[in-house]
Design a binder for this molecule. Structure first.
Ligand code: PEP
Ligand code: MG
Length: 869
């Protein structure tokens, strides 16, 4: 096997093998851009190492060969005492995981080569010692696992109130000695001086960092598979820390926050690597580079244009300027906010770079869902206390907390919190996930907090420099002496960067108003959404219906683009005041009593259906006959027992108690519900069908479809169907009669069931419950956490369809159902109908429609379009 690729050998399509960074470094190399030479160790090698605990055979020789080639290109050897080649060792997985894995710079330095480096730099001792202390610090932390604060602390003590750039060569040399002491003390061994040993250990540390807790957490959050492993890039060092004619920066080809075209980035003079994103010193806007180094600036802009045209998308880049010479260290198609994604996709269409089909694939249902979040009420009274950068949009309100742990703690107690930090680092990830929003006082739009928050779709305001954040004291101080301590409520606006004291009321998003039809597409974001949605609707094959039980929900669903109702849960119509009537029905001991209770319910049901038929105005409405376990309608057994034992208990209370006892079930979800209830309580389903028929007769154009729940055997369906057909014929109303497929046996006998059903709708909530044997009401809050940790699944099967198991049942039912009845109409109405991955699955297996809650309808429309492309 080949485990090592020179940058000249790869290309951007090899991300599986070379990781995103390696593949794109190769792509840039082949575009003729100034990339320092180097090579990539594949993710295959990492997977082998993680599985076997050792490097694959032959890897070390292969690396040695590539290193020799690199040395000959550079005309110097790794760590050579009088004129050293230094390299960086950087992680790079297939999917970018910003800051989650390790990087070590300046490999090859030791007590001898540090002098060679100074000579190479024209006698620049300061630079050489600065590079050396950085090596020990990074290597110590990431490879040797030493607490990074020990190094930070030593640096802070040395510099006092000065900046790191104010330290002179002598002081840095002294710092190197201190650092070496820390290494000796913490590991019991000297800092490894052998350059090749440094490189070998760094490579393994990068591999190991794939399984660092924060990387695991990040992958779970972003649904990145746990077994991909990371590639490692080894590249000749270029130095941004030579002096003021050098520096390092990050840039975006457009604003990743808004999507506006322009120059966005941060630059830091006389700095290296992570300094920019770590917020060590405050960066300057990229525009200022024009003044500092006009020729590098012009070259950078030209390269940015080349990259955008080549990738046909927004790119982000990392670059270094070494004594006036520009070097590209990384590029990738950049993360962006949801709003930027929609704007950029349509801008690129207008520039002729991509087609509308491609534009639809450039945005996701999750991004659309984010644009449907509410925002702060512009008219509300607000007390603004600071303004930072609008790093990631949204409107977040919560109690201020000052550490990741506290954020997690309070969120677990159900509190909304805003995580307030000076700057965040990868260790804050758990707190960022737990918080409603993130506020930092330092760092720009490319800081860790900003990048990660954007990726998660979480509201973030960063670099609010007027705030003095005091994490140890759990408070911050805003201008004018305003103090906010832990637990006090603040509101942050990720669109404007504003920070407010107290709770600011929120209003619906402009995108929702557009979907509601309340607003014409006015601003450019809504226009972009409108264009993309129209195109998605034009290309999608899947229909989109709504799960709605009330005329209001039905009407909203229609405005959001629903082409029908896929699930109207009639049991929801039996709650509230009508519960009494259900009690009467259950308590009935004679046919007369039962009929009286049903007669009382019928007109109420009829008027419910009339409302829904009117709201849906001629599109299909799938009405499911009553489903849930009866005990949900009856008083609680314990309460009732207590009441029955008291003096005031009536005869009815006692009768009710004995009925409740009689109906009590150990496993109600597997008990008397759905079609079973219809077969056991005479007249119940007939009453519902009558109400449907009469309502349909009164609303012109009504298109009812009657759906029987929880069928497991065709015989159940046949007997209900017979009665329903009779009632419909008497009323002179036409309606399809079909069934849910939500019991595994139904899926496995779909051929038989299709004989008695004109349509199937997959009830994937129950189908998942019964296929896995997971109680849908219990497991997510009890042990799924552990299952996710163990990687048994990457996402709850109740959230996204388990293709292998539940999906297989669906495939069988689709194939056998259609074989028995070629015009069988097929849909899904479980919660999965609004989940992006599941929508793609439904497209793939050839369903006719998905049905989901009204607010998910735009998401399902968009994803159905993406699935078709
Ligand atoms: C289902 O089981 O997927 C379904 C839609 O029915 P309910 O959630 O009402 O059980
Ligand atoms: Mg169900």
């Amino acid at each position: 096997a080949k485990y090592v690729y020179d940058f000249t050998e790869g290309n951007r399509n090899l991300k599986d093998l070379l990781g995103g960074k390696g593949a794109n470094l190769a792509e840039m190399t082949n575009l003729g851009l100034p990339v320092p030479p180097g090579f990539t160790i594949t993710a295959d090698a990492c997977r082998h190492y993680l599985a076997e605990g050792s490097l694959p055979d032959g890897l070390e020789q292969e690396v040695a060969g590539h290193l020799a080639a690199l040395e000959s290109t550079m005309g110097r050897k790794l760590g050579q005492a009088d004129d050293p080649l230094l390299v960086s060792v950087r992680s790079g997985a297939k999917f970018s995981m910003p800051g989650m894995m390790e990087t070590v710079l300046n490999i090859g330095l030791n007590d001898e080569s540090v002098h060679g480096l100074a000579k190479q730099a024209g006698g620049n001792d300061r630079f050489a010692w600065d590079s050396y202390r950085r090596l020990i610090q990074m290597f110590g932390k990431t490879v040797l696992d030493i607490d990074g604060d020990l190094f930070e602390g030593a640096l802070d003590r040395l510099k006092g109130r000065r900046q790191d750039t104010d330290l002179d060569a002598g002081e840095l040399q002294q710092l190197v000695e201190t650092y070496k002491g820390i290494v000796r003390e913490q590991t019991g061994a000297d800092f490894p001086a052998d350059p090749r040993e440094q490189m070998r250990l760094a490579v393994m540390a990068v591999f190991d960092s794939w399984n660092a807790p924060r990387a695991i957490l990040y992958r779970r959050q972003e649904r990145i598979p746990a077994d991909l492993g990371t590639a490692v890039n080894i590249m000749a060092m270029v130095f941004g820390n030579y002096g003021d004619d050098s520096g390092t920066g990050v840039a975006f080809t457009r604003d990743p926050g808004s999507g506006q075209q322009g120059i966005y980035g941060d630059y830091l003079q006389n700095a290296q690597g992570e300094d920019v994103v770590a917020g060590i010193r405050n960066t300057i806007p990229l525009q200022d580079l024009e003044r500092i180094d006009p020729s590098s600036y012009r070259e950078l802009l030209a390269i940015m244009e080349t990259l955008e045209n080549h990738y046909r998308d927004l790119c982000d880049i990392e670059f270094t300027i070494e004594r006036g010479k520009l070097w590209m260290l990384q590029t990738r198609v950049g993360k962006r906010t949801a709003a930027a994604a929609f704007r950029i996709a349509t801008q690129l269409v207008d520039q002729g770079l991509i087609t509308m089909d491609e534009a639809v694939t450039r945005v996701t249902g999750d991004q659309l869902a984010q644009l449907m979040f509410p925002r702060f009420d512009g008219g509300a009274e607000k007390k603004k206390i600071a303004k930072g950068m609008n790093a990631s949009p949204g409107a977040a309100v919560g109690k201020a907390v000052f550490s990741s742990e506290r954020a997690v703690e309070l969120a677990e107690q159900g509190e909304d919190v805003i995580l307030v930090r000076r700057e965040t680092n990868p260790d804050d990830l758990a707190g960022m996930i737990a918080a409603r929003g993130i506020l930092t006082s330092r760092g720009g739009k490319t800081s860790h907090a900003a990048v990660v928050a954007r990726g998660m779709g979480k509201t973030c305001v960063c670099g609010a420099e007027e705030l003095e954040v005091l994490p140890a004291e759990r408070r911050f101080v805003a201008p004018g002496g305003v103090e906010v301590s832990e637990g006090e409520v603040i509101s942050i606006d990720g669109r404007t960067g504003e920070v407010f004291l107290g709770e600011v009321p929120v209003v619906p998003s402009a995108v929702v108003e557009y979907f509601e039809g309340a607003a014409e597409p006015a601003d450019d974001l809504v226009k972009a959404v409108d264009r993309i949605m129209r195109h998605a609707d034009g290309v999608r094959r899947l229909g989109v219906r709504a799960n709605a039980d009330t005329p209001d929900d039905a009407a909203r669903a229609r405005r959001f683009g629903a082409q029908g109702i896929g699930l109207c849960r009639t049991e929801h119509m039996f709650l509230g005041e009508r519960r009494q009537l259900v009690e009467d029905l259950v308590l009935a001991t004679t046919d007369e009593e039962r009929q009286a209770a049903l007669d009382a319910l019928e007109p109420l049901q009829k008027s419910d259906f009339i409302g829904i038929f009117q709201a849906m105005d001629g599109v299909p409405v799938t009405i499911r006959l009553i489903d849930p376990p009866l005990h949900e309608f009856l008083p609680d057994l314990v309460e009732l027992s207590i009441k029955a034992a008291t003096q005031e208990a009536t005869g009815k209370d006692r009768r009710l108690l004995s009925a409740v006892k009689r109906l009590h079930e150990q496993n109600p979800m597997l008990g008397l519900r759905g079609v079973r209830l219809g077969l056991v309580i005479p007249g119940l389903f007939a009453m519902q069908v009558k109400a449907i028929a009469q309502a349909a007769a009164e609303v012109p154009g009504a298109r009812p479809e009657i759906m029987i729940p929880l069928v497991a055997a065709v015989q159940e369906l046949e007997s209900v169907r017979e009665e329903a057909v009779k009632i419909l014929a008497e009323a002179g109303v036409e309606a399809l009669i079909g069934t849910m497929i939500e019991v595994p046996r139904a899926a496995l006998t779909a051929g038989q069931i299709a004989e008695a059903a004109e349509f199937f709708s997959f009830g994937t909530n129950d189908l998942t419950q019964m296929a896995w044997g997971f109680s849908r009401d219990d497991v997510e809050s009890s042990f799924f956490h552990r299952y996710l940790d163990l990687g048994i699944f990457g996402v709850s099967p109740f959230e996204s369809i388990d293709r292998e198991g539940v999906g297989r049942l669906i495939e069988i039912a689709v194939a056998e159902g259609r074989a028995a009845r070629p015009d069988l109409h097929l849909g899904i109405c479980g919660e999965h109908g609004g989940d992006p991955d599941s929508v793609h699955f439904c497209h793939d297996v050839g369903l006719d429609y998905v049905s989901c809650s009204p607010f998910r309808i735009p998401v399902a429309r968009l994803e159905a379009g993406r699935a078709a492309l």
